[in-house]
Design a protein around this ligand. Sequence first.
Ligand code: C2E
Ligand code: SIN
Ligand code: SIN
Ligand code: SIN
Ligand code: SIN
Ligand code: FE
Ligand code: FE
Length: 373
Amino acid sequence: MEKELYNKLLKFFTFLSKCLSIKDPNTSVVHLADISRDLMEADRCSIFLHDSEQGVLYTYYAHGVDKIVIPDDSGIAGYCFRTGEIVNLDDAYKDPRFNRESDRVHNYRTKSLLAVPLRTPQGKTIGVFEALNKKTAPAFTEDDILIAQNICLYSASVLEGMILYEQLKRSQKEVIIRLSNATKFKDKETRNHIIRVGLYTEVMARALGWDEESVELIKLAAPMHDIGKVGVPDAILQKPDKLTPEEWIIMKKHTVYGYDILKDSESRLLQIAALVALEHHEKWDGSGYPYGKRGEEISIYGRMTALADVFDALTSDRPYKKAWDLEAAKSLITKLSGVDFDPELVEIFNQNFDEFARIKETYKDQEVEISED
Ligand code: C2E
Ligand code: SIN
Ligand code: SIN
Ligand code: SIN
Ligand code: SIN
Ligand code: FE
Ligand code: FE
């Protein structure tokens, strides 16, 4: 039973890691917008992308303006998007389809306008390219259209990759939350425990001055620390009493099980999660498990998650114990500075204790029926 779930997870992550090795697309689209403005002698260029959920076209990139959002059935851009037709005007204001709203907001006067659909090589229209106000002639020329078409063909491929990548990241996030939650069915740990552990590490990461991306990584990785518990029998996990020495040996394996599930991914997030799973029960003085690593032999991710997890375990009910009050947990963690925990992190914990308490209160456990979804 346990073995089956374990193997499924293993397969799943192998698949996931293949998807995730797609590289983050670069800023070539921005450069293309600049180059096309020069080549076409336009005053401005805009790249509109379609958001099908909102039913709008929004500027992915536009010269001279922050962001334009228009309904996808409005304006020249909307017309071009829906019909796939190229529109080339010498005076936009003479065309009733033109949407003057953006001109009004940006105090701009569009005269000549060229709109070309952004179509992927597979023929899917994902947005619109617009060039505004030809500087050297009253309107854009046949050559300009040719340039624009080529730019669109290339941009559409890159942008489609980018859109897919964003979707992938969104679904990856969701998968992580669902997977982290999978342990709760076995462990009676709550969804909120998983969320809180991520949020505590976020507080620590910010206090350490990490950049946004690194903060996000640990916030998403920390909740996966106990994924290896899928390999531990329920009879042990849910035992209302102390574990026997034999049971304890099995319980401690949840660290290496988790590591094995996550370790082979090329995704940085899952690599960090693997470390977190392996190291979250290691202790600063070397008395933890599975390897008795000490001090900075334990990754910063493992050290952060250890503190977050113990604080949350102490202040929560478990099958084998009742919740402690926050102050009692605070003083134990303080006492264990330099013993179980990285002293620098304990200091951060104490300095930001109000935030830890606020997270605990905001995401407090409720007595809810555990259902299959
Ligand atoms: P958990 O319940 O999520 O606890 C996580 C960690 O929080 C524990 O890691 C421990 O470091 C700390 N912790 C939790 N409750 C207490 C407490 O009352 N006092 C102190 N001093 N520390 C506490 P640890 O010990 O490595 O345990 C790992 C996991 O093993 C636990 O996760 C739990 O699932 C299981 N476990 C530990 N002890 C028992 C037990 O006596 N009975 C049962 N059924 N399971 C246990
Ligand atoms: C724009 O101001 O660039 C959009 C207006 C339109 O396409 O009608
Ligand atoms: C969670 O895994 O549920 C917490 C992560 C997040 O808040 O995005
Ligand atoms: C940072 O210092 O911003 C990140 C640390 C890390 O990712 O290892
Ligand atoms: C535990 O939940 O590992 C047991 C303790 C834990 O959450 O790390
Ligand atoms: Fe654990
Ligand atoms: Fe935990």
